[in-house]
Design a protein around this ligand. Structure first.
Ligand SMILES: [Zn+2]
Ligand SMILES: [Zn+2]
Ligand SMILES: [Zn+2]
Ligand SMILES: [Zn+2]
Length: 786
């Protein structure tokens, strides 16, 4: 997803292989400007651009009335079956394919407002009704929608507004007056019902609702660093040849303390897989949900009732404000390029958006500056302040800005020449497309009239890029190469399944790819001393353990020592062009024993003692002397994983009893050849807990989850974020099962752990506090029973 689609990668590889060897050699050794100068002419319009266009055709990003009709009918069908959440999503899909201001899009909003009403989202329902009205909802259908508005207002306790709307509808219905039609009769009946309801509410006003819980929002202590934007004052910026730029604790830091709070310089929502996998037949429309349906294209907040872009079907927003800001800053350029950007991958997309956000003046200034010798890599002299550290301004300050992004290392000489060629070809394709689509003025931040006075750029018909676009292409190429080492994934815990069990299953998903120039100052460790969490496009880094003054601040780029063995980690880290020398790697390389292999090991099928060895494993118990091939054990493991998957499918089909039987059988099988601490043993316990929770058997669910937690603790540590998430789940189960005192102590533990990793304002902590408040309000009689 980060890189272009496979077909384009293979195409570029073939092109590279067919180049004359001297040209290949020159490209392999070329600097960034040189690569571009040599490469610009290599994208042949007749062959290469056409091949790319064919690939783009598979991706649907335009507005298609046929799709709109399909999604709306599908939505109506599910609405009829009372599957309101699914219907809501389909109406949003339908709306994204209708033209703005059309009666059809108004119908989509009106239908969606009905789904929202049934789901209890009254405020949002009102917004959709207003949208339906403003987009020209057919007048004869209006009374029905307005009656829904009255109902909403009543639910929200806005009685005066409800009364006003009610009398307006009444007038309208009387004036329309086809008294005989059944639809009219239904309206009148509804109208009189609502009148009664309004009257009741007016005579028995509800007491104003008090805010629940004792709003103990803890304020975090935060003092910002004078010279590094977004960093705490307890950090300082350092530089040496071996470690490059890095951050160090300038005083003792306690666990949970915020160290960085940074807004992404740029972020691009990762598309869901299915946007790319649609078949080209055009008959079957995809109803699966993707990131693009779930999160705002601009601010990454979760979407309930999305607003589609006026020009395309793939950009969806949480609000008109986000739609307007995105359009102004980048989307007016990107809108028509959707298919190309999806085909060429997120890195190219981030690169384009980065230059659009920076503005051409700044891009041009820095590209030119980079041509005056490579002062970027020069080591600073030994001055006391940060002046001379790359990316810092003349006052020695490091700010989250385009200059800081520009100074992230592109490692031009370390990428393979084929990879550089692929990136170059892709970037040039985007710039050519910009030129052909007449978007050059928008990219260069010129008014269209300015462009007319510059015949140099607009009379180009040869397909050659203008000098300005070459500058843009060079900056973009730099950013694509930088992203390999500096891309930061924005992740969220996404809820899985329909959530009809009271315990929500969540897993972390990659939501977007972003540049965080300050966060990028942190080096990697496989056992980091920080945790990163995200809210929208903002990242917060917190100390996950005490950090003494003088110690370097580390964060984990992905390969954590609890998830992978040292060899796998080093393999993964090679994409960042470095060998990890963190304490975990040093220890493991020396002792040859990793946390992962120790716990994810096999046991003897006969006597359950640990098995040892590489290809042929022997029982460690000398009397037993059984040996089994690794291949055999791996096959059994795969078999087991397949059966677990089947059990989960049974659960999805609401065959909970069968799912339990199957999982229990899997557990027995697994006990014969997996060590009791094996992660899979924990996962099975977790699944069992989930199934029992859907059945409302809270005690059984809690029992299984407690065992799962023991294993998670062994792998990730008792104060890890993973353990925190498991404890949150346990708290939900105990809460639902009214196991009050146990629930309260679990909430306490989960709160302690999660506030360190996610902060006191996170949704997880809020959820825990709501449970606590609720439990403390229970009558004493119940509390004493438990
Ligand atoms: Zn938004
Ligand atoms: Zn658009
Ligand atoms: Zn390491
Ligand atoms: Zn044995």
């Amino acid at each position: 997803m980060a890189l272009p689609v496979e077909e384009w990668r293979l195409y570029a590889a073939r092109r590279w292989a067919s180049l004359e060897p001297p040209l290949r050699e020159r490209l392999a050794a070329a600097s960034l400007p040189e690569t571009l100068r040599l490469g610009c002419g290599l994208l042949r319009p007749e062959a290469d651009a056409a091949a790319l266009r064919r690939l783009c055709r598979r991706t649907r990003v335009g507005k298609e009335p046929a799709a709109a009709r399909f999604y709306r009918e599908e939505g109506n069908r599910l609405f009829g079956r009372r599957q309101y959440a699914a219907a809501l999503r389909l109406y949003s899909q339908a709306a994204s394919h209708e033209l703005p201001g059309s009666p059809e899009v108004a119908v989509c909003f009106a239908n969606r407002s009905a789904a929202l009403f049934h789901l209890g989202h009254f405020e949002v329902c009102l917004e959709d009704i207003a949208r339906a009205e403003s987009h020209g909802y057919p007048d004869r259908l209006l009374p029905k929608v307005l009656l829904r508005k009255v109902e909403c207002l009543l639910c929200l306790g806005r009685l005066q507004d409800a009364a006003d709307t009610l009398s307006m509808v009444e007038n309208k219905i009387t004036m329309d007056g086809k008294v005989t039609s059944p639809a009219h009769q239904t309206l009148l009946k509804k109208l009189s019902q609502l009148k009664i309801k309004l009257h009741e509410k007016e005579s028995h006003p509800e007491p104003a609702q008090e805010a629940c819980g004792d709003n103990q929002t803890q304020l975090e202590i935060w003092e910002e660093n004078d010279s590094i934007s977004g960093a705490s004052s307890s950090l300082s910026l350092d530089f040496d040849i071996e470690r490059g730029r890095h951050l160090v604790a300038s005083q003792d830091i306690g666990p949970g303390q915020s160290l960085l709070k940074e807004e992404a310089f740029v972020s691009v929502l990762c598309p869901g897989e299915s946007l790319l996998l649609q078949d080209s037949s055009g008959t079957a429309w995809d109803t699966r949900v993707t990131n693009a349906d779930l999160y705002c294209h601009h601010c990454l907040r979760q979407l309930l009732a999305s607003l589609p872009c006026r020009g395309c079907s793939y950009a969806k927003y949480c609000s008109q404000n986000c739609a307007d800001v995105a359009w102004e800053r980048y989307h007016r350029t990107e809108c028509s390029l959707g298919a190309l950007l999806l085909t060429l991958g997120v890195f190219c997309h981030v690169a384009l958006r980065t230059v659009l956000l920076a503005g051409f003046a700044e891009v041009g200034r820095l590209v030119e500056w980079s041509h005056d010798g490579d002062k970027v890599l020069e080591a600073p002299d030994t001055r006391a302040d940060n002046r001379g550290i790359p990316g810092c301004n003349n006052n020695g300050q490091y700010q989250s800005c385009y200059q800081a992004v520009f100074n992230l290392l592109p490692h031009t000489e370390k990428h393979s020449p084929e990879h550089k060629f692929l990136c170059m070809l892709s970037v040039v394709a985007i710039c050519k497309q910009l030129q052909e689509a007449g978007l050059e003025a928008a990219v260069l931040n010129q008014e269209p009239s300015e462009k007319l006075s510059k015949p140099k750029t607009c009379e180009k018909t040869s397909g050659e890029l203008s000098p300005e676009l070459k500058t843009v292409a060079e900056a973009m190429l730099r950013h694509v190469l930088q992203l390999q080492c500096n891309a930061q994934a924005i992740t969220v815990m996404q809820e899985l399944g329909s959530g009809d069990g009271a315990v929500v299953k969540k897993k972390p998903v990659r939501l977007a790819t972003a540049f965080f120039p300050v966060l990028s100052l942190l080096n990697h460790s496989c056992c980091p001393n920080t945790s990163v969490s995200f809210s929208g496009t903002a990242a917060t880094v917190r100390a996950s353990q005490p950090i003494p003054s003088g110690q370097e601040i580390f964060h984990c780029y992905g390969p954590h020592r609890c998830r992978m063995k040292v060899a796998e980690r080093q393999q993964l880290l090679s994409q960042y062009f470095f060998e990890c020398h963190c304490q975990a790697c040093l220890d493991e390389l020396q002792s040859d024993v990793s946390v992962v292999s120790m716990r994810n090991s096999f046991c003897c099928p006969s006597c359950q003692s640990p098995m040892q060895g590489e290809d042929m494993l022997c029982c460690s118990n000398e009397v037993c002397a059984i040996s089994v091939s690794r291949e055999n054990l791996s096959r059994r493991l795969q078999d087991l994983e397949r059966q677990i998957k089947e059990a989960l499918e049974l659960l999805r089909d609401r065959k909970a009893d069968q799912a339990i039987q199957m999982l229990l059988k899997c557990q027995v099988d697994a006990g014969n050849f997996l060590s009791p601490e094996h992660l899979l043993m924990g996962e099975m316990e977790d699944h069992l807990a989930q199934v029992y929770a859907t059945l409302g058997k809270w005690q059984e669910a809690a029992r299984h989850l407690e065992r799962s937690i023991e294993i998670v603790e062994m792998h990730h540590g008792p104060s890890s974020v993973e353990t925190g998430h498991e404890l949150l789940k346990l708290a939900q189960i105990l809460f639902n099962g009214f196991a009050v005192s146990k629930a309260l102590s679990t909430i306490q533990r989960a709160e302690e752990i999660l506030s360190v990793h996610c902060g006191p304002q996170s949704t997880q902590i809020q959820e825990l506090q709501e449970m606590k408040a609720c439990l403390s309000e229970l009558p004493r009689s119940i509390l004493q029973r438990t």
